[in-house]
Structure formats: C-alpha cells, structure tokens
Design a protein around this ligand. Structure first.
Ligand code: R5P
Length: 310
C-alpha cells in the first residue's frame, strides 16, 4: 500500500499516515507561470495499491486538477489500484439541474475522477447520498456521525437535548444522529430566495427550553447556521450549538459564528481549517483521520468497511 496527497489538506493526510504507521510518498507538484500544474511522483508505483488523499476544497479547481493529474501520473506509472480518498467532495451541491441550461457539475466531476484513473472512491458525508451513483466505480461514503456522537456525549448533557436539521434536505442525517443519542429532532424550514441568501420560514418541533444542536454537512458562508440559531433562540431554545462535517467557512463565516447566538461550532478536519480557526473564539475541529485510516486499512486488506457505517 502507498499513501500520497496533494496540497489540499496535508495535516489530515499526515494524521492518516500516522494512524496507519505508513509514510506519505513524496510527490512534487509545481505550477507553471500560467497556472498549469505539473506532477512528479518520486518513487516506484508499479503494481502498488495507492491511496491519494485530496479534498476538492478551496481553491476547488486547483485541488481537483491536482487530484486528476496525480491519478494520471499513477496510471502511467502502472499503479495496480488507485483509490481517490476525497474527505470533502467539492461541487457536491451542484447535484441536479436547478434551471434551464444549467449543469450537473457533481456528475461531471465524478466522470473526471473515474476518467483520470480512479478505481475506487472513499469519501465522507456526501452532500446527498445519491451522488454515490454518479460514480460507476466502487464508492464508499463514510459518515462522521460516530465521531460527532462521541464528542457530543463527552461535552453535552443528554437531558433536554434536541438535534436540529437546518433544512429539509438534512433530516435523514439529523434523525440518524438523534437516534444514536436517543434525542428528539426538530427541523428548520429554510428557503433560499436567491443564491447565497438563506431565510428561516418555520421551525417544526417544540424547542422551548431545549439544548439544541444543529447538525449539517456543510458550513459555507454561515448564513444557514446563524439564521437557524437565531430562530431557535427566538422560539425559546435554552442553548444552541452546531456540529458540521465540512468547514468550508468562506469569507467572514468564523467571525459571524463568533457574533452569533451559538455557544460553539464544531467542524471536522475534512477541510484544512488550521488557519481559519487560529484565534477563533467558539469554533473547534475534530479529526476524522482515525476513521479514514481505518477505512483505508480495510480496503487495502480487502476487508469489509460496512462496520464503519454502523
Ligand atoms: C445546503 O443544503 C447545505 O447542506 C448547507 O446547509 C449549506 O451549503 C450551507 O451554506 P451557508 O453556510 O452558505 O448558508
């Protein structure tokens, strides 16, 4: 087995390598003056089972191209099997036509990944489970829920706990976490009058006097989360916190969270948030490295990964 990574999330790749007690192979990635990328893998890959760890987070297009070019280099270097380990699969929110003459970019990206040479994909909390079907190669979509559940158990009293989905699309995810914790769920009825603007219409469920934990897959601008938190407080929630798998955290998201009614936001390290969280008042990160490392170990040994979905 060989492990390698691009530039998207080196701390996570190193943590995965440490968990597996295996080194990261050396890869040189250089950019030409016009922005084109060049990759050279510094060791023999012939006949190897290679896992390339690369989130397609910001800069999404550069990180995606790094992943594609690395896989092309691996194919041409006669790697036996290539698994694209994509902790955060960018472009996932473009998973359907939202109007006339619009693309389904998540499908395009899936085609590019398979076309560049991936034999398998390992990912985490896809925005919509159906995106697995965009790949015609085996795709394991892990859930961060067990990691999040453990952290909630360590830090929150189960009494009065309520798991809140910030929109209708996240209900299945919220129900799964609530089921594991034995908590109730509430649902925020969110509308997007235009891209980037989120409005809360209603809250389904009685949140008065409850400790609410909002659970979602992505925090981008923070609009969805801060609006949901304000609406929950307005309806009498005693406390509001949030757990979100992928900390995209664009623009002023971190300071927006600091100024919000939330006690804290917890994200995972599926995206490298080290710089964004430096000095953050109420945002922290949990590591999904042990979870991804265990999945990689099982795939490399042809063992079942389904236990990781329990
Ligand atoms: C949308 O369906 C996603 O699950 C997130 O709720 C959304 O992407 C968050 O975006 P923002 O933080 O910009 O409101």
């Amino acid at each position: 087995m060989k492990l390698m990574c691009g530039n998207a999330n080196k701390p996570l790749a190193q943590a995965i390598a440490d968990s597996l007690d295996a080194p990261l192979s050396n890869v040189e990635i250089e950019a030409f003056a016009d922005g084109e990328l060049f990759v050279r893998i510094d060791e023999n890959m012939r006949g190897e089972d290679v896992f390339i760890i690369q989130s397609t987070s910001k800069p999404a297009n550069d990180n995606l191209m790094e992943l594609l070019i690395c896989m092309d280099a691996l194919t041409r270097a006669s790697a036996r099997r290539i698994t694209a380990v994509i902790p955060y699969f960018g472009y996932a929110r473009q998973d359907r036509k939202t109007g006339g003459r619009t693309p389904i970019t998540a499908k395009l990206v899936a085609n590019l990944i398979a076309g560049a040479g991936a034999h398998r994909v390992l990912t985490l909390d896809l925005h919509a489970g159906q995106i697995q079907g965009f790949f015609d190669i085996p795709t394991d979509n892990l859930f961060a829920t067990p990691v999040i559940e453990n952290d909630i158990r360590r830090n929150y009293d189960a009494k009065d706990l309520m798991i809140v989905s910030p929109d209708v699309g996240g209900v299945v995810r919220a129900r799964s976490l609530a089921g594991r914790l034995g908590a109730d769920i509430a649902i925020v009825d969110k509308r997007r009058p235009r891209p980037g603007v989120a409005e809360v219409m209603n809250i389904i469920g009685d949140v008065e006097g409850r400790r609410c934990i909002i659970f979602d897959d992505i925090i981008d601008s923070g609009g969805t989360l801060c609006n949901a938190a304000a609406a929950l407080k307005q309806r009498g929630a005693k406390e509001v916190a949030a757990y979100i798998t992928h900390g995209v955290l664009s623009g002023k998201a971190v300071s927006r969270i600091a100024d919000s009614e939330m006690t804290e936001l917890v994200v995972t390290d599926s995206i490298d948030v080290t710089e964004k969280l430096a000095g953050a008042k109420n945002v922290r990160a949990l590591s999904v490295a042990p979870l991804l490392a265990e999945a990689i170990r099982r795939i490399a040994n042809d063992e079942s990964v389904s236990k990781l979905f329990d």
